[in-house]
Design a protein around this ligand. Structure first.
Ligand code: NAP
Length: 298
């Protein structure tokens, strides 16, 4: 077992320290960062995300408020709630927590958040800017995943990268960010014919599917960097018959650790850095709002 752990908690701490200093500078000039979270119902994972975000915001001096709506809220009511945030100058960032109930059109809601307050980087304008090489307000998980790969010191130019999973929020933006860095990128999804043929030639492998054990050691190139984004809750029974749940990624650690060069643990890898990127985006959004205001006043 010679792999190195990519310590997300440690990297998140470093990012938060930098954010804390930027928050102090903004507050000194009277600009108060305030993140409003919008939740619909409160499925257990969402409550955990919101608590984590609240705690992280408090650590760096960002004000945090959660506005919750019932499961049966209509699209129009939520669009109106988002509009209230868009026009309120005291609200400097907005995040819509997922999942939302099926009756709601998620992408319409995400696009209703004004691009200047879209700290999750999911408005088409912000996500589209990645194509132009501007990822100042990019999607948090993809920024976090690429940050962690960069932390290994591997040169991204010419690197063979495979991304498993092509969701709008994770897989696709990761691929675009890496192409920007001149990596050679392959994207795999459920239409991919022979997944292991691709994963075995990856110098860096990103996995964002949500299937525990999808990637096993025999699918990994020796010394590859593995960025495991998946979060899965599994049920286990101890030898003495006790049931308990555990959080694991999409990579089978038991076999992967004998082959890989670097691995992000789950939990403690991409998750904490994703939250740190949300804080960073919140500060970037406010810094841009301040600049625009100062330009307009000139
Ligand atoms: P998602 O929208 O469900 O996307 C999953 C992707 O996996 C889809 O592109 C799907 O392709 C692909 N896929 C499904 N089965 C596959 C297979 N057998 N082989 C290859 N690809 C397959 O999920 P997501 O929002 O991207 O999240 C993915 C995972 O990351 C989840 O476990 C989620 O909890 C986790 N996550 C973690 C963080 C974090 O901060 N650590 C943040 C966000 C998400 P098709 O659409 O073609 O079926």
């Amino acid at each position: 077992m010679s792999y190195k752990t990519i310590d997300g908690k440690m990297h998140a701490k470093v990012i938060k320290k930098e954010i804390q200093n930027r928050v102090v500078s903004l507050k000194e000039c009277g600009w108060i960062p305030r993140l409003v979270s919008i939740t619909v119902g409160c499925p257990p994972p969402v409550c955990i995300y919101v608590d984590n975000q609240r705690r992280a915001c408090e650590q760096v001096g960002i004000e945090f408020e959660n506005r919750s709506y019932p499961d049966d809220v209509s699209q129009l009511e939520l669009l109106a709630a988002i509009q209230v945030c868009n026009v309120d100058p005291r609200v400097t960032g907005v995040i819509l927590q997922r999942p939302v109930p099926r009756q709601l059109n998620l992408s319409q809601l995400q696009n209703a958040i004004h691009p200047s307050k879209d700290v999750e980087g999911m408005n088409a304008k912000n996500i589209g800017n990645i194509v132009y090489g501007d990822y100042t307000l990019g999607p948090c998980t993809s920024l976090a995943s690429v940050y962690l790969l960069r932390s290994t010191g591997l040169s991204l130019q010419g690197l063979e990268v495979v991304v498993v999973g092509h969701s709008e929020i994770v897989g696709k933006p990761i691929a675009l960010l890496l192409v920007e860095e001149l990596a050679t990128v392959t994207i795999c999804h459920h239409g991919t014919r022979n997944l292991s043929m691709h994963t075995r030639r990856a110098d860096a492998l990103f996995v964002a599917v949500g299937k525990p054990g999808l990637i096993t050691g025999d699918m990994i190139k020796p010394d590859a960097a593995i960025i495991d984004i998946g979060i899965n809750q599994i049920e286990e029974i101890t030898p003495d018959g006790v049931h308990h749940t555990r959080i694991v990624g999409d990579v089978d650690m038991g076999t992967a650790c004998d082959v890989a060069g670097w691995i992000t643990p789950v939990p403690g890898g991409v998750g904490p850095v994703t939250v740190a990127m949300l804080l960073k985006n919140t500060v970037i959004a406010l810094e841009k709002q301040k600049l625009r205001y100062e330009d307009a006043m000139r």
